[in-house]
Design a protein around this ligand. Structure first.
Ligand SMILES: NC(=O)c1ccc[n+]([C@@H]2O[C@H](COP(=O)([O-])OP(=O)(O)OC[C@H]3O[C@@H](n4cnc5c(N)ncnc54)[C@H](OP(=O)(O)O)[C@@H]3O)[C@@H](O)[C@H]2O)c1
Length: 428
């Protein structure tokens, strides 16, 4: 791109591993390179450095540290450690380049997708990065250049923060439709991004078909418009996502003890995957037995959420965040999951017959009686229609109107929705 003069800084400067080799390589390519140790959170040190480089025409701010931790470990010190090299340093650069009247043509901030999407254990890191995104917008509003790149994960080969990521974590992300960026992709995205007028871009590797499949389970709202979610409709068995339907179908073909065995296998597989992610290969992760409490297996709130997410995605059901606390062993959790997937059948003839019984019963109730019982408003709301008001024209004599539409919508509901509608909306 014709940039021939580079000033590279970090706290370690020339002592950073590979710094000398990098300088040599860049010089061989024809650049003038200066590597200077500077802590960018130190405003006066940074001011001195910038003042010594009045020809500076671009700033690329990449400083940052990783220190993941769940809410309980977010002490003021932990938050400061993450915020300072990101938010504080970027603001110093913003203010100092203005004070020194530098002719800055590009002001690029390396932010993280964590600031846009959130990330388990990344509350403080997310906030620090979101501050960078806000600064880019602020600069644009002032007519200054500003681009914040909320990067997704770079491949381990790129080095840096992605270098230490476990294969199990990469696989876990892949299951939710997110993949690491190769170096060539990341560099191409950098070029593309700085050529746009956007203050914030989210260069992230996505596997759209997988993302679409996870849509029913836990798709981040930001991605919702990128993919058309695979139609998710909870069946009588409570299954929604394709994986869930598959599991529910497999369970439907099995007898009681085999069902329990299959669900326990699924639970154990997810427990092992999460523990593998925690301990890493060969970490001597504890043996998983059906009655061993998750706490003894080493679960904490972060891994508990991972287990819940993974299981929920495979089973196609929305599971509570407190799952491993409510059902503290693999066996208890498997029992709960089985009840979600194959509810105990109060009517003969299986789940479909039960659902049809409920539907038929509801259909048989005259609308006037539903209204008299005070259920009609709840029905309308649940079915997505406006609530009925006093004196509403909605009567049993109007089957082709809104009432007819409601009956159609009742037909589209599953048994669980119908029952909760009936119970929540009535005085029974
Ligand atoms: N790699 C990824 O997958 C990924 C994904 C999303 C976002 N990002 C963002 O991209 C940026 C670069 O990440 P990376 O993967 O290249 O990580 P990295 O290799 O750890 O680079 C971060 C650099 O920041 C420097 N630094 C930290 N605190 C500093 C301070 N107070 N003053 C000056 N320099 C400081 C570090 O050097 P010293 O320790 O010598 O100071 C280090 O060279 C980071 O801001 C990161 O948040 C990376």
């Amino acid at each position: 791109h014709g940039v021939r003069s580079l000033l590279l800084t970090s706290r370690r400067g020339t002592h950073a591993p590979g710094a000398t080799e990098l300088a040599t390589e860049l010089k061989e390519l024809g650049a003038r390179v200066e590597i200077v140790a500077c802590d960018v959170t130190d405003r006066s040190a940074l001011a001195e450095l910038l003042a010594a480089h009045p020809d500076l025409t671009a700033v690329i701010h990449t400083a940052g540290v990783v220190r993941d931790g769940t809410i309980g470990s977010l002490t003021p010190e932990a938050i400061d450690a993450l915020r300072a090299p990101k938010a504080d340093a970027a603001r110093h650069l913003h203010e100092l380049t203005a004070e020194l009247d530098l002719d800055v043509q590009a002001f690029v901030l390396y932010s993280s997708a964590a600031g846009v999407l959130g990330g388990a254990g990344q509350g403080a890191y997310a906030a620090a990065n979101a501050a960078l995104d806000a600064l880019a917008a602020e600069r644009r509003a002032q007519g200054l250049p500003g681009t914040s790149l909320a990067w997704g994960l770079w491949a381990p080969e790129a080095g840096g923060m992605g270098a230490g990521i476990e294969q199990a974590d990469i696989e876990r992300m892949a299951r939710s439709g997110v993949r690491p960026l190769a170096v060539s992709e990341g560099l191409a995205l950098l070029d593309a991004a700085v050529a746009t007028d956007h203050a914030l871009l989210v260069p992230t590797g996505l596997d759209l078909p997988t993302l679409a499949r996870t849509a029913g389970a836990q798709i981040p709202p930001l991605f919702a418009q990128l993919v058309r979610p695979v139609a998710v409709r909870r069946s009588a068995a409570g299954a929604g996502a394709p994986g869930g339907q598959e599991l529910a179908q497999r369970l439907a073909g099995l007898a009681g003890p085999d069902r329990q065995r299959l669900v326990l296998d699924v639970v154990n597989r997810h427990v092992a995957a999460v523990l593998g992610a925690v301990g890493g290969p060969g970490s001597g992760a504890p043996e998983i037995t059906p009655d061993k409490p998750f706490k003894e297996l080493g679960f904490d709130s972060l891994t508990a959420v991972e287990l819940r997410n993974g299981l929920g995605a495979e089973a196609g059901v929305r599971l509570p965040a407190t799952l491993v606390f409510d059902y503290p062993t693999p066996a208890e959790l498997a029992g709960f999951l089985l009840r979600q997937l194959v509810p105990e059948d109060p009517a003969e003839g299986g789940d479909a017959a039960y659902e049809e019984t409920v539907r038929a019963s509801l259909r048989a109730i005259p609308l006037a009686r539903l209204r008299d019982a005070g259920l009609l408003d709840a029905l309308l709301e649940l079915a997505g229609h406006r609530p009925a008001t006093t004196g509403s024209p909605l009567t049993a004599d109007d089957p082709a109107g809104e009432a007819g539409a409601i009956v159609d919508d009742i037909d589209d509901m599953d048994a669980e929705s119908l029952i909760s509608m009936a119970l929540e909306g009535s005085d029974f």
